[in-house]
Design a protein around this ligand. Sequence first.
Ligand code: CAA
Length: 387
Amino acid sequence: MTFDYTEEQIAVRDAARDLAQRTMKKGVIERDTHMKYPTEEVRQMAEMGLLGMMVDPAYNGGGMDTICYVLAIEEISKVDNSCSVIMSVNNSLVCWGLERFGTEDQKQKYLTKLATGEWIGAFCLSEPEAGSDATSQRTMAIDQGDHYLLNGTKNWITNGGTSRIHLVIAQTDTSLGHRGISVFIVDTSWPGVVIGAKEDKLGIRSSDTHTIMYTDVKVPKENRIGEDGFGFKFAMQVLSGGRIGIASQALGIAAGAYELALAYSKERMAFGKPIFEHQAISFKLAQMATEIEAARLLVHRAARLKDAGKDFLAAASMAKVFASETAMRTTIEAVQIHGGYGFVKEYHVERLMRDAKITQIYEGTSEIQRIVINRQIQLGELYPELS
Ligand code: CAA
């Protein structure tokens, strides 16, 4: 594996770092406290092409590789994880899914607007009783000839309140189990789409997470993605790409907390010297740096496999489970290094600690990632780059 970055990758990383550190950092505490949606920051991400980074320029995207994408998410996640989850869902769950599996008409009509950020998208799989067990869909789409009638409720939907387009997973034939699940493009301006209240969350507080209700929503036949019954496989494939995005978000949280803790430890004096020079703190920093580096290698391995067109299923799950657990451990240590200051908002590390938790839960919990990895072990398909 090469560790060199191209000029484009370095330029993208530096631009994202600049946006995060110079612009997003200013209001991040206030947005987090008041659950204020980062409208201006999302506009700037759109302007910089960060919302459709990997989409073909023919559909208004940036035509960049997955390494550019993970580098950008890492930088933004050092500062504002509400922004990075908005970015991750739009790029990897919505745009990638549409580009990979949508028809030419669907791409022209929807992807061209989602890739620029003119429209934001949401991925609607989870339900009140279908989280990890994603095959237990209760949302129904009944075939009515020229359209489907969609009814059901989706939970924890990122971009729920601000998205124009939903990719909705729904059961079309209950007798077929997961093979009777399909996926639809739903325009939120259609009658029958009701957005519930914004969730008041532990972390990523300014991203808009909502329950969505669909009541007798008429979805035209041409808005189904792929064949009838393709929805579960669509969700699984899209989620494996999405997990690379969340893994890089977790990596950014860990790296951001580490950078803050390192800077603080060089300034803070105790017992006559900077705490950085005390072994108790230096060992913590060494451990944090090692785990972050390991997480980065896993994230970049998954990204490179995806760019090479190889199987990245287990690699994405490994990256997500390791990076998210690194984010949790590292942010707890960053708060500890800051002592009492770490417990107050002004020092940023307590927010990163709260944000870290969701990376172990969404787009598949750590437990689900271990199931996915173990199934690949059993199939003997762990190291696709070697075969
Ligand atoms: N690619 C293609 N097909 C796949 C696949 C993949 N990666 N994974 C599974 N499948 C196929 C299987 O081959 C099987 O098809 P056949 O029966 O036709 O052969 C079918 O899907 C069912 O697979 P399983 O038997 O493995 O299904 P399962 O019920 O055991 O569940 C699971 C598998 C991995 C646990 C899955 O349910 C899962 O990933 N759950 C977690 C869901 C999740 O990640 N939710 C996140 C919500 S979205 C979110 O958080 C977004 C946000 O807003 C931030």
